[in-house]
Design a protein around this ligand. Structure first.
Ligand code: AMP
Ligand code: MN
Ligand code: MN
Ligand code: MN
Length: 278
């Protein structure tokens, strides 16, 4: 069985349209799938009733931004009612937060000598949920940097001027929003926040206390060391394991769409827990 519970489309910062993403998933033999765009369900809603959606076993999904202590955290929501008022309200809040944040990022970039970023990034984003990748793409286009990597390293990444997180709701709020909408909250890529072991355990405790139920033990391309660490972390909690490629676009060193569950350690996974809520 091939599954994927973490992917992005053009509705946020992915390169493929939602329907292109589904047809690629179908061609890869995926039978359980979620489109988890940053702070929007527009991509999912636009394809949920298609033939390909049925073929790949599409369920609702989203990757919500929030803050916990001083860190920006991502929580994936799965199997919720996309039209639930709590989910709609959350997405409305986050859409406004992303616009306010974009304006703050642009003013910080201006102070760093790069003018016109707001209009540039918003134009590139178009109808997509605006994010730092649109700023990075515009900076490359405008010649301010040589590559997207350079844009993140110098201006947008953790600790740089464009790393603005003051507009995000709290972890507890987004987890509650997902749960109230009938879904399961999954802590995305726990090792990407660069927290100490102690802080990471505190994050897991708070996540669980807020109603969080699962964690990603596999996200994108991951080293064996990281997988071991996540499995150990999971065993010390009673969180359910989830897996996803975090696919954004095709590139040589990037993750492929779809995860063959045959290569995962034995256990009870997210798809079993989802059966109870779907
Ligand atoms: P945002 O959602 O606006 O905070 O932007 C975060 C997104 O930027 C992530 O989901 C990744 O898709 C992308 N990203 C983060 N760091 C990098 C990086 N160093 N290089 C390229 N893309 C990145
Ligand atoms: Mn992204
Ligand atoms: Mn993420
Ligand atoms: Mn993601």
């Amino acid at each position: 069985m091939i599954v994927d519970y973490h992917t992005h489309s053009l509705a946020s910062d992915g390169a493929l349209s939602p329907s292109e993403l589904l047809s690629r998933a179908r061609a890869s033999g995926v039978s359980k799938f979620a489109i988890t765009d940053h702070d929007t369900t527009a991509g999912y809603l636009s394809v949920k009733d298609s033939d390909d959606a049925r073929a790949v076993g599409l369920i609702s999904g989203v990757e919500l931004s929030c803050k916990w202590a001083t860190a920006s955290i991502h929580v994936v929501g799965l199997g919720f009612d996309a039209l639930a008022p709590e989910m709609q309200a959350m997405i409305k809040t986050l859409t406004a937060a992303r616009r306010a944040r974009a304006s703050k990022i642009a003013s910080r970039l201006e102070k760093a000598g790069i003018a016109g970023a707001y209009d540039g990034a918003m134009a590139l984003a178009g109808d997509s949920q605006i994010g730092r990748p649109h700023f990075a793409a515009w900076m490359v286009e405008a010649g301010a940097v040589g590559s997207v990597t350079e844009a993140f390293d110098k201006y947008l990444g953790a600790g740089k001027p464009g790393d603005v997180k003051m507009f995000w709701p709290s972890l507890a709020e987004v987890v509650s929003g997902i749960t109230a909408s009938g879904g399961i909250a999954v802590l995305a890529h726990p090792l990407k926040y660069r927290l100490t072991g102690m802080k990471l355990r505190a994050l897991l405790n708070d996540f669980k206390a807020s109603g969080g139920r699962a964690i990603e033990i596999l996200n994108g391309r991951q080293t064996d060391v990281d997988s071991k660490r996540l499995l150990q972390l999971m065993e010390s909690t009673d969180l359910i394991p989830s897996v996803g490629s975090d696919f954004h676009r095709e590139f040589e060193y990037g993750p492929r769409l779809g995860i063959d569950v045959g290569r995962l350690p034995k256990g009870r996974y997210i798809w079993e827990a989802l059966e109870a809520v779907l």
